[in-house]
Structures are given as structure tokens and as C-alpha cells.
Design a protein around this ligand. Structure first.
Ligand SMILES: *[C@@H]1O[C@H](CO)[C@@H](O)[C@H](O)[C@H]1NC(C)=O
Length: 908
């Protein structure tokens, strides 16, 4: 039978054809080609007609329920408003009695969310109600208006978010398919005229049967205080969201977009329907819990600059950011996180969606990948070359060619005849390996996975109940239905070491999990395929990758009997994927614009929970020259996930292949990464505690500084380092904006005041600044992998502020197990004050003993020589120390231990 193999052919043609180095847009829908988006997008403000019957209000301890009617057709709905801990509201709206159940997202949110009790009050003559967290009305409340329905959210007395304030709610209730012979009814039963696309839709050669007909939802959500909106990854676009007037809306529909373009609202591999609205006064977050195809219109009056000119000229006071959210199916389920600060919102969001668990230390080191390392000898050679070039790295990765004919969980017996020995060889160097394991399963009679899947009914089915077949890397493939608990259990069991020839030092990369289907509509699975529970793919599409990584995570837990922290890299992602996986920005390109784009893309992902984020170093497609490769390494050394990866048709790009000078400079960049691992690790620990990602926009810590709101060429790591990597070809200088306060260049110690500075840069410059007032823990004895640095001593960088103070934290544990969860870790608070640096153990685990010592302290901002310096601790007693210099003032070998309280006194 002939099949449409169009996309496959295109991929192979494009590899050799530079003309097609931009995305083929005809493969992907614009809003007008998506029936529901077209119906939803052109709804005029004020055109809908939903009323809340406030008299129907039923109130419970932590929620209230109201009846709603669509006055255009009499259709009835229910509105629920719930209160959660820490100033969070949730709005749910569903049909009172839908013809079929409508999908409500499962698995993405944390189970057992902590609710908060609610107080309520009917206002005026019953035109509105207010609901508030008990005793906190001065902080957070929502006011519900009856006619037309509208919800105003208040934080600290300020209106910060409005639901349906423009009265554009369109909620297509489920209905029976009209008989073809029926006359169009004028019974007021339909709020939308019948359109052909409601019951069947065509796109290119694909037809989507829509058994349930129209069921889309759409509503406006506005932010009265601000037009600075962020989030809704994944898009290759500005960090601060652009206005979509005259442009396509932002689309969220997980797709394998080949050679994606920049500055585009086109969808990519992941969808996190979460937005932050930030103003100097207040920050809020909105989470739209929906796994179906979603489009979002944004009105911010243009870029910030145009906006302020317009305001100046026109005297417009309009500061409101307007959005409209449109999903193909599901229910309205929206969380409102009311801040008030950015850090508060990060934490509120994390309480609902979860956090990235602390990775093993090696996972935040440098990773080396390629499509493909060809065989065992290749792996040996690459590994040995890292050592002979003295460049640290922590793991080597194998792409799809390592398998026997793209059958995952197998090895090519010619190229990789000794996988266990190979992994052991790598791990004997203190390193790990990672293999790719995709969700498409080769339909091959002798393949155990395929046979098990057929025998036990593990595959996604088509609408007639037949196993769905699509085309992917192995050729004809079927797709496991990870929504089925027995599939997740089966998949998890396949990671057992007696089933998958491997060791506990082999970890996992889940790619192509949008899912990618080369011959499917828009390169994915048709929407009318069927999943466990009777749901159509349409309702759950954006969660498919989440369900896969959830199951892989479970597999890695099981094989180590819950001892070792899993590591998974995913391409597709959704709300909650951070609980299981790191993420990278997919198949980017070897050019300067893509290097620049890695920052806004990872910032958007970081504020949306996916905090272990990176981009392929060098760009996946095409060949970077030495300068681009170097600058990319320098930027990536300061991003959370750091991996060199490339397409099979590119030239080799291991770090020593760009000439001696470049090799030396890449080595220098990677060594800077390794020096800072103690700081990154502490930040990842804090991320697990609080939900605040290590990589942050400047406004996270400078919320009132409007100059930071549009910045996307620089970012913070924690609160204390600001990074502005060089991302321009041939750059000899760079303009860096530093927020108010004092900053020190982290590498040459030059002092800067807040403001914009033009700095000269050379090829070894990575502009990184330490905030005065901070203490940063580092290790300066760089070895070939992070595990070999475990017991090495620390060097502390102390940058004193104008009050003569500085603060920092250091977190240490065994770097790989879950024992820290039961208290086996060490946490110390570091303080500089009154010419005294002191360390206080705030937690020391019962069975965890850390014997590292402090080998050096570098003090910035003292600006005088110390006359004498003395260390005091239990282990050293009281000893005089050597010091030298005044800026920096370096104290050598204090020899105090990290696991004891100590002090270093300076006399000037
Ligand atoms: C493992 O290392 C040993 C010693 O260097 C070598 O002889 C052997 O070929 C290696 N095995 C693999 C599979 O790379």
C-alpha cells in the first residue's frame, strides 16, 4: 500500500540542500487552517452572553459553585472557584451535564494540592460576590460579577487579572451531529452557525474525523497593570511576549518542527500554557490547565519601546496587557497565582505543578553527544580525547544509530557488541552514558517490545479500534499508549538491568515524544486516535511526552531500588514535565541568531518550571565555525543544561577540532563551568525547595527596574551572578546593563556600579558579574569529571557590599542518591560582617559526613591589605593565616572544614 512519506523524504533532501534551511511552513497550520481557532479568534469583545446566577451560589470550606447560563441558547454550565494555599485561586467551568464527559487534565498537576479555607460576601444588591482566603481579604480576593459574567482578581487591593472582562467567552457545548437533511435550525440552540469544519476537517492530505464535533473553549484574560507578559513556552521568540495583532497567535501544540525559525509564534516541541504578567507593583501568574491544541492572542501595544513612545505622544494611559486563550477541547481550568512578587509567583506555581528534583551532580556538568557516535571504538576515542585535551566532561551520549535497527532497548551487535563493558569503561573514569529511547516502536515481528505490545494491548488505536501505524525512524511504527497505567508499568520494567543490557550508569534521553510521526498530520499523530480511558488524542496531545518521561522516571527508580536520582532529557514537555526531566530546545541551527535565542527560550522555560534547560551547543543543523562554537560554549557554560550535540550530516565538532587556540578557550569556558558546580548544585537544591529556577530573568530580583523587563541577552544565575555572554560575531565590545548596586567582574575583579557599561571583550571573555553582598562557593581544582572533584576543597568568593556585608549558602550531599531527602546533607550559611567571615552549619545529616576544607577565600571590595588574619574553629583552633593583596584580598589555606562552624577574622 502506498503511504505518504512526504516528511521523511523532505528530511533527507534537506540535509543536502541548503535552500531548505528554513522551516517548511506549509506543513504546519496557521490559525485560519485550524477550524476551532478560526471560530474562536474572530470573536468580538462584548459578543458573548454568559450570566452567573449568584443566587445559586453554594459555598463550601474551600470552594464555591455557581450556575451559569449561556443566554444565547439557554445552555447551562457550572462555575467553581477554589482557594489554595498562599494566595492561589482556581477557576473551573464545565457544562452542567455534557453530552459526553469533557477531558479534565490528570497527572500534570501535583496530587493533593493544599487548599485554603475561603470566606465570601455578597456585595451590593447581589450584583457581585467576593471570595477571599480566610482572613486575607486585604491580600487576595476575587470579585465575581453576574451579568455579564466576569471575575476580577485583586492582590493587595490592586486589580491584577480579569477573567472574561471583555466578555468574549465562547464555550462550545457538546452536541449531536445534525442530520445532513436537517434544515439549519433557528431555535437559538447554537451560538455559532454550523460550519463544515465542526464535524470534519482537512489539512493537506489528512482528514480529521471529529466524532464529538465542536467543543472548543476560549476566553479573555487581561492584566490591568502591565503589558510585560512572559512564558507560554515553547516558542523561538522574544522572552517578553510580542503583540500578536496582525500576526499569528502563539500556538501550543507539541510538534516536531523541522528547522524551526526564530521570531515566530509557531508552535514547537513543548507546550506549557502558563503566563506571568509583571509590573513594578505586582506580579501574577496564570496557568491554563489544558492539554489540547491551544492558541493565545496577546495584545501589549507593541514592543515596550514603541509603547512608551505612543504613551508619550498620545498621552495614553493604557497599561493593560490583554490575552485570549483558545483550546480545541477540554474544560476551562485556570489557576491564578497572585504574587505579589516574582519570587512569590514562582513558588505559588511550583506548589501546583511541582519542581525539578535535585539532579545528580554529573547531570549539571558538561555533556557530549552526537548523532551518532558510531561504535565502541568511537566512544573510546572521544572519551580519551577529552582527557588528552584536558577538557572536563561528565557523560557521552548515543543517538538512534546505537540500536539494532531503531529498536529501542537493544544494541547494534556489530557496532556495540559489549555495551556493559563499554559503559563500565566510561564509568570507571567517573563518567556516565546516556542512550536515546523514543516512544515509537518498530513493527517488527521479532522485536520483544512490539510483540509484548500487541499481546498485551499497549498501543494507541485508531478510531476503529485497530492499532495505529505511523512512520518514524524505524519505518512502520506503532506508539505506546503511556496514558494506560499498565503501559507505564511495562515500560518502566524494561529499564531493569536484566532486561536492558546496561548498568546503573546509563541514563535516558526521550526524544521524538511530541509524538513525531513523519507521515502524520503536521508530523504528529492524528487527533482522532484513541487513548486509554476512551479519550481522543485531540484531548491529550500535549501531554504525551509528559506521560512517557513519567514512566521512564519510574523505570530508573525501580532499577536502582529507589536509590539513585533519575536523569532524563526530554524534547516534548507540558505542565509538570519538570518533575521528571531536563529539557533542551530541540533541533536548532548553527548560527548566531540561534545562539542568541537560547537565552530567551531557556528563560521562558525556567519561569515555567523547566529549570534544567539548555540548547545544543554549536546548533544541531549545519556547521559552526570556530568562533561560533567558542561563543556557544561560553554561553552554555552558564546555562543550566550544557550539551554539545549535532546532526548526523554535520562535521565532527568535539571541542578540540577547531584549532589549538579555540581548544584552549573552550577548555577555559568548560573549566569555569566546573569551578561553579558547587554554586549551581546549591541553586538546584534551593530550586527543589522553593521552585525558583537557577536561571532567572533580571526582573526576578530587580522587579521595580523597568530597564530589566525586556532584557533577553543576559540572565541571572541565582541571585548573585549576572551573565551577559558574547553572542555577536566579531564582537570586540559589549554593552552590559547592570541593575542598581555594585557588581564585580567575576574573572578580573573590576568594579562596576549599576548602569550600562561598554566593555571591551576578547575571545576569552565571558562577561559574568558577581553582585556585591554575595558569597559564591567554587572549586578551583578542575578534574576530568565532576565526580572526581567531590572531595576537593572550596574557594569562596566574597563580594562585600556598601554595608561591609555579604551572604551565601553552600549545600553538599552525596551527589547521587535520595538520602538527602531523609536529612543526609550538609548546609552552611556563610556571612561576612564586621570584618569577619563566618560559616555556620545549619544542617548536618546524621549519616552524611563531608570532610572538604576551605582552601582559599577571595575577598572583593575590602580595598585594603589585611594586617593580620586569623582562623578560629574546633579543628584548627586559632591560627594566623597568610593573606595578600587588597583587591582581591586573598586568604590562603584557612584549612577550616565545611562541616564545622568557623570564623575568619580580618584586621586592617
Ligand atoms: C574497555 O577498556 C579496556 C581497557 O582499556 C579495553 O581493552 C576494552 O576494549 C574496552 N572495552 C570497550 C567495549 O570499549
Amino acid at each position: 500500500m502506498m503511504k505518504d512519506f512526504g516528511p521523511t523524504v523532505l528530511i533527507f533532501l534537506c540535509v543536502f540542500n541548503t535552500i531548505c534551511d528554513t522551516v517548511d511552513k506549509s506543513k504546519f497550520k496557521i490559525c485560519d487552517q485550524s477550524g476551532f481557532c478560526k471560530r474562536q479568534r474572530h470573536i468580538a469583545d462584548g459578543s458573548s452572553n454568559f450570566d452567573v446566577n449568584l443566587k445559586s451560589g453554594r459555598t463550601f470550606k474551600d470552594y464555591a459553585v455557581f450556575d451559569i447560563v449561556n443566554k444565547d441558547n439557554g445552555h447551562k454550565f457550572l462555575l467553581e472557584v477554589h482557594t489554595y494555599m498562599d494566595g492561589t485561586f482556581r477557576v473551573l467551568m464545565n457544562e452542567e451535564s455534557p453530552l459526553h464527559p469533557r477531558y479534565q487534565v490528570e497527572h500534570a498537576l501535583l496530587p493533593d494540592l493544599k487548599k485554603a479555607s475561603m470566606e465570601f460576601e455578597s456585595v451590593g444588591n447581589g450584583e457581585s460576590w467576593t471570595l477571599a482566603h480566610t482572613g486575607m481579604r486585604d491580600k487576595f480576593y476575587v470579585q465575581i460579577f453576574a451579568s455579564p459574567m466576569k471575575l476580577d482578581f485583586y492582590s493587595g487591593g490592586k486589580k491584577v487579572a480579569v477573567f472574561n472582562g471583555r466578555n468574549s467567552l465562547k464555550y462550545e457545548h457538546l452536541r449531536n451531529k445534525p442530520d445532513v437533511n436537517d434544515e439549519p435550525k433557528e431555535d437559538g440552540g447554537e451560538e455559532t452557525p454550523q460550519e463544515p469544519s465542526m464535524w470534519e476537517e482537512q489539512f493537506s492530505s489528512h482528514s480529521d474525523s471529529k466524532p464529538r464535533g465542536p467543543e472548543s473553549i476560549g476566553v479573555d484574560i487581561d492584566f490591568p497593570l502591565t503589558q510585560n507578559l512572559y512564558g507560554i513556552p515553547e516558542h523561538a521568540d522574544d522572552f517578553r511576549l510580542k503583540d500578536t495583532s496582525g500576526r499569528e497567535p502563539f500556538r501550543l501544540y507539541n510538534l516536531d518542527v523541522f528547522e524551526y525559525e526564530l521570531d515566530s509564534p509557531m508552535t514547537l516541541y513543548g507546550s506549557i500554557p502558563y503566563m506571568m504578567a509583571h509590573s513594578p507593583e505586582r506580579t501574577v501568574g496564570v496557568l491554563w490547565v489544558n492539554a489540547a491544541e491551544t492558541w493565545i492572542d496577546v495584545k501589549t501595544g507593541g514592543s515596550g519601546i514603541v509603547d512608551s513612545i505612543v504613551n508619550l505622544v498620545g498621552g495614553s494611559e493604557d497599561k493593560e496587557g490583554r490575552t485570549r486563550w483558545m483550546s480545541e477541547s477540554g474544560i476551562i481550568d485556570a489557576f491564578f497565582f497572585l504574587g505579589p512578587s516574582p519570587l512569590d509567583v514562582f513558588k505559588q506555581y511550583a506548589k501546583v505543578t511541582g519542581v525539578t528534583p535535585l539532579p545528580q551532580m554529573w547531570a549539571i556538568g558538561s555533556h557530549q553527544c552526537r548523532w551518532n557516535y558510531n561504535d565502541e571504538e568511537d566512544v573510546r576515542g572521544v572519551d580519551a580525547n577529552f582527557d588528552s585535551h584536558d577538557i572536563p566532561y561528565d557523560s557521552i551520549w548515543l543517538d538512534i544509530e546505537h540500536t539494532d535497527g531503531k529498536k529501542y532497548f537493544t544494541w547494534d551487535s556489530h557496532k556495540f557488541p559489549h555495551p556493559v563493558e563499554m559503559i563500565q569503561n566510561i564509568s570507571s573514569k567517573g563518567r556516565k552514558m546516556v542512550t536515546i529511547i523514543d516512544p515509537h516502536i518498530k513493527r517488527d515481528g521479532g522485536y520483544f517490545l512490539h510483540e509484548d505490545a500487541l499481546a498485551n494491548d499497549l498501543y494507541v488505536k485508531d478510531k476503529n479500534g485497530k492499532v495505529y501505524e505511523g512512520w518514524c525512524w524505524p519505518g512502520s511504527s506503532s506508539y505506546l499508549d503511556f496514558f494506560d497505567p499498565k503501559v507505564r508499568e511495562y515500560w518502566a520494567s524494561r529499564f531493569a538491568l536484566d532486561k536492558y543490557p546496561s548498568t546503573l550508569d546509563l541514563y535516558t534521553w526521550n526524544d521524538m515524544n511530541e509524538p513525531s510521526v513523519f507521515n502524520g498530520p503536521e508530523v504528529t499523530m492524528p487527533k482522532d486516535m484513541m487513548h486509554y480511558g476512551g479519550w481522543e488524542h485531540r484531548q491529550v496531545h500535549n501531554m504525551y511526552g509528559l506521560m512517557q518521561v513519567m514512566s521512564t522516571f519510574e523505570g530508573q527508580l525501580q532499577r536502582s531500588e529507589n536509590q539513585l536520582r533519575p536523569f532524563i532529557l526530554t524534547r516534548a514537555h507540558f505542565i509538570g514535565s519538570q518533575r521528571y526531566s531536563a529539557v533542551w530546545t530541540g533541533d536548532n541551527m548553527a548560527n548566531w541568531e540561534h545562539l542568541k535565542a537560547s537565552i530567551p527560550m531557556c528563560l521562558s522555560l525556567s519561569i515555567s518550571g523547566m529549570s534544567h534547560c539548555g540548547a545544543d551547543i554549536g546548533g544541531f543543523f549545519q556547521n559552526p565555525d570556530a568562533e561560533l562554537m567558542l561563543r556557544w560554549y561560553q554561553a552554555a557554560a552558564f546555562q543550566p543544561f550544557m550539551r554539545n550535540h549535532a546532526h548526523i550530516e554535520t562535521k565532527r565538532r568535539e571541542p578540540w577540532l577547531f584549532g589549538d587556540r579555540t581548544t584552549a578557550l573552550i577548555r577555559s569556558a568548560v573549566r569555569r563551568r566546573y569551578a561553579l558546580l558547587p554554586y549551581w548544585y546549591t541553586l538546584f537544591y534551593e530550586n527543589e525547595q522553593t521552585g525558583v529556577a537557577p536561571m532567572r530573568p533580571l526582573w526576578a530580583h530587580y522587579p521595580t527596574d523597568a530597564k530589566t523587563f525586556g532584557i533577553q541577552d543576559a540572565h541571572l544565575i541565582g541571585e548573585s551572578l549576572l551573565v551577559h555572554p558574547v553572542t555577536d560575531k566579531g564582537a570586540t565590545s559589549i554593552n552590559v546593563y547592570l541593575p542598581h548596586g555594585v557588581w564585580y567582574d567575576f574573572y578580573n575583579y573590576i568594579k562596576y556600579e549599576g548602569g550600562t557599561h561598554t566593555l571591551t571583550v576578547n575571545d576569552d571573555t565571558i562577561p559574568v558579574f558577581q553582585r556585591a553582598g554575595s558569597i559564591i562557593p567554587t572549586k578551583q581544582r578542575i578534574r576530568r569529571a565532576s565526580s572526581l572533584m567531590k572531595d576537593d576543597p572550596y574557594t569562596l568568593f566574597v563580594a562585600i557590599d556598601e554595608k561591609g556585608e555579604a551572604h551565601g549558602t553552600l549545600y553538599i550531599d552525596d551527589q547521587q542518591t535520595f538520602e538527602y531527602r531523609t536529612g543526609s546533607y550538609l548546609k552552611v550559611d556563610l556571612t561576612y560582617k564586621n570584618n569577619k567571615l563566618s560559616s555556620k552549619v545549619v544542617h548536618s545529616g546524621p549519616s552524611f559526613n563531608s570532610k572538604e576544607w576551605i582552601e582559599r577565600v577571595v575577598i572583593l571590595g575590602a580595598n585594603k591589605k589585611a594586617r593580620d588574619v586569623k582562623a578560629v574553629s574546633k579543628s584548627v583552633g586559632s591560627v594566623a593565616l597568610e593573606s595578600e593583596g587588597e583587591h582581591p584580598l586573598v586568604i590562603r589555606k584557612p584549612a577550616v572544614l565545611v562541616n564545622e562552624d568557623w570564623e575568619i577574622d580580618l584586621h586592617f
